[in-house]
Design a protein around this ligand. Sequence first.
Ligand code: MN
Length: 191
Amino acid sequence: MTIELPELPYATDALSPYLSPETFEFHYGKHHKTYVDNLNKLIDGTDEADASLDDIIMSAEGGKFNNAAQVWNHTCYWNSMKPGGGGAPDGSVGDAIAEAFGSYDDFKAQFKAAAVGQFGSGWAWLVLDGGKLAIMATANADLPMKHGKQALITCDVWEHAYYIDYRNRRPDYVETFLDHLVNWDAVASAL
Ligand code: MN
C-alpha cells in the first residue's frame, strides 16, 4: 500500500489572510509531500510496505517513524483548521472546554503557553486523555497516539509553519490559530 498525500480539506487561499497560499505551497506542497515521498521510499520492499500509517507509527523507529508521524501530524493539522474557525466554541464543545479548563480563556492561555513554550520544533495538541480533554506539547515528530492519547486538534509550531506569514513571531501565529482558524467541528465529532 502506498501512503498517499491527502487532499487539503479547503483551497490554498481559504485561510487567507491568516495563512497565505504561499505557506500552503511550501508547507503542504513541499514539506508534507516530502514526508509522504520519504516514507514510501523507506517502506518500499519492506514488511511495512502494506502496513497502515498508524501501524507504522506505532511500530517504527528512527527515520521511518519520523516521516510516518509527520505525515499523520500534518493531515491532523490541516483538519484542525477551517475558514471562519477559531474563537470560543459553543454547544457541547464549549461545555467540555469549560469543564476541563475552567473557561475558554483559561484553555486559550494554557494552549498558547504549550505552543509558544515548546522549545524548537514540535506540536501543541488538544487531546482526549482517558475521556477528558487535555493539552499537551510534543517535540519534533512525536504525537499523542504514542502516549495513549487521542489527538483532536493540533497546531504545528515548526518554524516552517509560520515563517512565511509571521516570520519569527510564533506567539502571533498561535494567537491567530486560536482566534481565527481552529476547526471546533473536529472536537465535536470526537465527544
Ligand atoms: Mn509542518
